[in-house]
Design a protein around this ligand. Structure first.
Ligand code: PAF
Length: 276
């Protein structure tokens, strides 16, 4: 496996590769990321994993400074997972001058996480566009846990004509249902025990909607109340259609329930597909 820090060196390394799949990450890799690498390997002969903690997508006062940087361990795990190339640029390499040109995400990115993290999806879309231009992958793999991010990236690819196939990979979970996330590492042991409550509430909504309930507002309000009474600070629990990430209309059957909530100083997100 090659560890490359410079754009020019990466381009030279990939020049002769007939097919390249990219897994963009911010590092601090867990089994969820490694499953993205395995998925990428099914789509291309050469898997590139990028590791870059992207300042642009963190809101002021966010966890940019405390976000764990674990390059050595990440590389060892990626090597074992069958990754061919790690691209780990520093900030000066990716942002050699102020990044004034940015991608304006679609309207659908202003709600849900976009509502609570102003500028977040602009930062994500901008760095992903740069990575696509640098790596020129045929396929890029993103986790479905970041559902709205995946939605924005699909729009980015369509609307800016990137010749990149986007693959959304299933969320990997702990045995109790907690979605794997680098931010789980922030949780104290009591918070870790409590953390599954978000998933449990989303699962309850999924089960009820799949068995015929349509009082979406009341279902989400119940979940918000349950989380709040257990000490969480809830950003949102919401049902959306999968096609446009809009509130479900009467004809919508493919839905998704999404939630984001704070337990102590840690913000967790999760979502589940629903077939109504
Ligand atoms: O999902 C992430 O880790 C990041 O948002 C991404 C896609 C690597 C962009 O920085």
């Amino acid at each position: 496996m090659d560890l490359i820090h410079r754009v020019a060196e990466l381009r030279a390394r990939l020049a002769g590769e007939p097919s390249v799949a990219l897994v963009p990450t911010m590092g601090n890799l867990h089994a969820g990321h490694l499953s993205l690498v395995a998925e990428a390997g099914r789509h291309a002969g050469c898997v590139v994993t990028s590791i870059f903690v992207n300042r642009l997508q963190f809101e002021p006062g966010g966890d940019f400074d405390r976000y764990p940087r674990t390059l050595e361990g990440d590389c060892a795990a990626l090597d074992r997972a069958g990754c061919q190339v790690v691209f780990a640029p520093d900030e000066a390499e990716l942002y050699p001058e102020p990044q004034e040109i940015r991608i304006v995400p679609p309207e659908s990115a202003r709600q849900l996480c976009g509502d609570f993290r102003p500028g977040h999806f602009e930062g994500v879309a901008t760095v992903v566009a740069k990575l696509f231009n640098i790596v020129a992958p045929h396929t890029a793999v993103f986790g479905r846990k970041d559902y709205q991010q995946l939605f924005v990236i699909r729009a980015l690819v369509r609307q800016l004509n990137y010749p990149v196939a986007i693959v959304g990979a299933e969320t990997v979970r702990e045995p109790d249902g907690l979605a794997l996330s680098s931010r789980n590492g922030y949780l104290s042991s009591e918070e870790r025990t409590e953390a599954v409550r978000l998933n449990r509430n989303l699962r309850r909504i999924k089960d009820l909607v799949e068995s015929g309930r349509r009082d979406f507002g009341a279902l989400c309000a119940f979940a918000i109340k349950d989380l709040t009474s257990a000490g969480w600070r809830v950003d949102y629990v919401a049902l959306r259609n999968q096609s446009g990430l809009a509130p479900p209309g009467p004809g919508d059957r493919d839905l998704v329930v999404l939630g984001a909530a704070w337990i102590g100083k840690t913000r967790l997100i999760d979502n589940l597909d629903i077939r109504a």
